[in-house]
Design a protein around this ligand. Structure first.
Ligand code: GTP
Ligand code: MG
Length: 336
């Protein structure tokens, strides 16, 4: 069984939270992280809060093995810190082709006025490293002796697990509209963030995929430049309680309301089999901490049902708090 998790808007939809919930609930044998260190996944579990930029959020399940995809990008200092924070060195596997971002990449982006100004990049060196990869100048994980103990052929490991009937999760970063190909270029990130892009980063074909979960939030946020339809003023966002600040940059996120038409298009392009909506408790404060659909306030139930009808894909997961387990699991809808 292969399940893919991708972001449906501009990132920060709560992939870390949903991925950690699914890891605890479904017990995957392996979880593979794609993307780079410009992501900031927030995980709140057992009262502890972590902002992870590299490690799969599935680390919360001690039985799940963790892997970095060949197409992903790591930074040594961040990786080391997160291995220590999560205590996962003994169950971490890194593909020899995983790219390595250096301090020079970060410096190059900081002094790049286009990225820094127009694009509003997070300046984490990801784009610089990726462009060096394309120019065949990037050093990969296999070139660093300190990583040798983690070296594993990750596509092989994924395929072996799938062939043995085990469950594998693929965890993506950022979101649909930040895709290098399908987002609003040039206000995009340096990779294809859609479900198909994620598969190519891992390096396996589509026939193995069982579930594609697109994660939305009950409102839309965006950092950096570009158009945000229906953008609220910071005052309006504050009044509605939907203001947010970036995990990596600390910058205030730009905000607009949930748009089901947009969500429908995203679900189609990513061939979503199911949809998760996080932060239901922010839109409907009475939903806070609720873990069963039947216990939700009527207005929250009605809104979820309406969104499901408009998007045309079952809404199977809803987030009702920061804590991983503050999630309503409605995947029984898929078993009908
Ligand atoms: P990227 O990989 O950077 O795109 O981030 P992400 O999708 O993992 O999301 P991120 O952690 O950056 O932002 C989501 C924020 O919402 C975090 O602060 C989470 O703790 C919080 N969060 C996630 N789900 C819920 C929810 O259902 N309710 C509430 N109240 N907070 C949530
Ligand atoms: Mg984030």
């Amino acid at each position: 069984m292969l399940d893919i998790l991708v972001g449906g808007f501009y990132g920060d939809e709560g992939k870390g939270k949903i991925a950690s919930f699914l890891a605890l609930k479904d017990n995957p044998a392996l979880s593979v992280r794609t993307g780079g260190t410009n992501a900031g996944h927030t995980i709140v579990f057992n009262g502890k809060k972590l902002g992870l930029r590299s490690m799969p959020s599935a680390f919360v399940n001690p039985k799940t093995e963790l892997a970095m995809a060949p197409g992903s990008l790591i930074r040594l200092a961040i990786l080391e810190r997160e291995i220590n924070e999560t205590g996962t060195g003994s169950r971490l596997f890194i593909d020899p082709h995983t790219g390595v971002i250096t301090e020079e990449d970060i410096e190059a982006e900081k002094s790049n006025a286009h990225l820094n100004g127009t694009v509003g990049s997070t300046l984490q060196g990801v784009g610089s490293a990726e462009s060096r990869r394309i120019l065949r100048k990037l050093k990969l994980a296999k070139d660093y002796s300190e990583l040798s103990k983690y070296m594993t052929d990750v596509p092989e490991k994924v395929l072996d697990a799938l062939e043995q009937g085990k469950l594998v999760h693929i965890e993506s970063t950022q979101g649909h509209f930040l895709s290098l190909y399908h987002g609003e270029y040039p206000y995009v990130t340096s990779r294809n963030t859609t479900s198909s892009g994620v598969l190519s980063e891992v390096g396996i074909g589509p026939k193995y995929v069982d579930n594609i979960t697109v994660i939305f939030k009950s409102f839309i946020t965006r950092v950096g430049g570009g158009v945000l339809k229906g953008e609220l003023t910071p005052e309006e966002a504050k009044k509605l309680g939907v203001e947010e600040f970036g995990t990596v940059t600390g910058r205030p996120r730009r905000v607009s309301l949930f748009d089901p038409e947009v969500a429908k298009r995203v679900a189609r392009i990513n061939s979503a089999t199911q949809v998760a909506i996080t932060k239901l408790d922010i839109k409907f404060p009475g939903a806070k901490g609720v873990r069963e659909y039947s216990k939700l306030p009527e207005d929250a139930k009605k809104w979820l049902d309406e969104m499901e009808a408009e998007i045309g894909v079952p809404v199977t997961l809803a987030g009702t708090g920061e804590e991983a387990m503050d999630t309503i699991d409605m995947r029984y809808k898929l078993r009908k």
